[in-house]
Ligand binder design. Sequence first.
Ligand SMILES: Nc1nc2c(ncn2[C@@H]2O[C@H](COP(=O)(O)OP(=O)(O)OP(=O)(O)O)[C@@H](O)[C@H]2O)c(=O)[nH]1
Ligand SMILES: [Mg+2]
Length: 662
Amino acid sequence: MASISISCLSPIQVVSGPKTRNDPKRSKNLSKKSNGKIKFRSSSIKAPPQPLSGGEATTYTRLPPKEDFSAGFSAEVKLADCDVAKFDLEDETKIENFISGEGGGGEPLDGNLGFSYGQFDIFEGKGEFERGEDEYDSEYEDSGININFDDESNYYEGELDVKEKGVPAVMRCFDRAKIYVKAGDGGNGVVAFRREKYVPLGGPSGGDGGRGGNVYVEVDESMNSLLPFRNSVHFRAGRGSHGQGRMQNGAKGQDVVVKVAPGTVIRESGKEEVLLELLFPGQRALLLPGGRGGRGNASFKSGTNKVPRIAENGEEGPEILVQVRCRENSILSYLCDTDMCVPKVLTKIGVNKLVRWLELELKLVADIGIVGAPNAGKSTLLSVISAAQPAIANYPFTTLLPNLGVVSFDYDSTMVVADLPGLLEGAHQGFGLGHEFLRHTERCSALVHVIDGSGEQPELEFDAVRLELELFNPELSEKPYIVAYNKMDLPEAYAKWPLFKERLQARGIEPFCMSAVQREGTHEVISAAYQLLQKNKEAKREFQDPVNLNHVADMVNKQRSASINDFEISHDSGSNTWHVVGAGLQRFVQMTNWRYVDSERRFQHVLEACGVNKSLMKLGVKEGDTVIVGEMEMVWHDSAENPGALKANKGSEDSIKWPQWK
Ligand SMILES: Nc1nc2c(ncn2[C@@H]2O[C@H](COP(=O)(O)OP(=O)(O)OP(=O)(O)O)[C@@H](O)[C@H]2O)c(=O)[nH]1
Ligand SMILES: [Mg+2]
């Protein structure tokens, strides 16, 4: 890091305009009209490619059509009683795809647990899918090429990304999406002079550009998924208007508000660091502040320069590619009361080139999560304790997306209960509907384990689910939980209850028994869950801290106000190129409007003032070496140490394009 004061003038001749703003025509003109002193060279500096990112689940269990069930099994037969042998062996497709030790990537599932999952076809994600209408997004094609939103987003064009293949679009987009967000650029300042009858020498009157629009992220409680992002993924704030003559400043750009469902977690793509958590309905965070407007020439008027012919470009607004990961469903306004919804900002973001991939993840936020093996009666329980009407049927994976229900005890005490899809052995590795749903459990404060009492070995079923939770995330297994032994109305379940109870009690767990269908014992279960929740809330209350939700924007602003004196110089001896890198300098280059001759002089002066020239000379820069500052490419000219070289440019009035008067 260098910070050196000037001692002598050692100008650098400008040979290339800033790449981003550079209009080729303009460059050409300037190049022609600068007496050979200013030569533009096309620069090819680009932001480095972003690292690969993506999900990892590759296996998907597709449900066979319901007719298959009815064909294979009579209505009375329970899945728990079914086993592999009951398959129609003539159906070769099913047999091939049947989960086997070889083909399915593991042991045959849960044969000893009393319920069989043999009724599913398991496919590897690649190309095996029949695409239903609008069922799968083309953007998640098997090619593995990442989504390319538009031409502007060439930073991630062609990046390989391991997609969660084989997951139907409605499920995938339900809880994740990628969106492109850009704050508005600032408007340009303008050079103008007051011209009025009887007012000679009216002085500079160019107004400043307006500020670019901000990007906000707001929690919209009416949203319960990220499906809206399937239709619109671009969010651009308006750019500030340019300044005008007669000291008229530009209007500020229009703000844009990205609405997300409650429970959204924002993170940089491919990284674990969480930037923001937006959990409460109505919460609003300033994600990206718009760029500052460029100053007009009226702002440059000084005692020594009363006729400034200089104005700045507006500052570029930052843009972010946001990957939205939404982990289910509506959080409902009730969650305002829940203590678990503590917004946290865990890490910081540095927006340097102002292009970032972010991931927004929306996890299910519910007080209680009902978990258990498929067909255990989870949805039935929810339907009994709340007004929710989830699909209930006698086959596994009836529930494909979590259902939420609100349980009201009285006016004041309510809780949100989530009925989660069934978990099966290997879910933590992506089997069944694996990762998709295990994550939902992460943000439930407490769990209710529903056990199918009519299964062969209910205790093993319970253990298997506990194990899956633990393997997926050890924190899940630490959540408080209660055990509800279901289907007590069935004789086989009733008979096994004493042994089950005894064994769990021996392990220090006090199980409940119920018959969800007959609504017996369910009130006890849910009351116990409520008490558990209250205890949990008490414990969590201590950790609530007020959080600055504008944290990301603050970081952007901090970066923008980086000192121009802070820079680093690196040398590539092969190509005789010197790179001068510094956030302050970079911003200065971007905001310099090369249309005006005074801008060049100011630029040279700033390089002097901040010590770039001195540092380069100290490091041994030679005549003809290339020097790159920000996005500006220049050639070092020793002979230009003579200040006269600067003056040579001063008079080139013809290179100035004056703004049109209105
Ligand atoms: N006899 C009896 N059957 C029940 C009881 N609870 C649920 N069932 C039946 O069990 C079957 C599965 O119930 P669901 O509520 O869909 O089970 P689930 O756990 O939500 O299943 P998935 O969503 O597929 O994981 C249905 O046929 C229910 O009628 C009960 O207490 N007694
Ligand atoms: Mg269900």
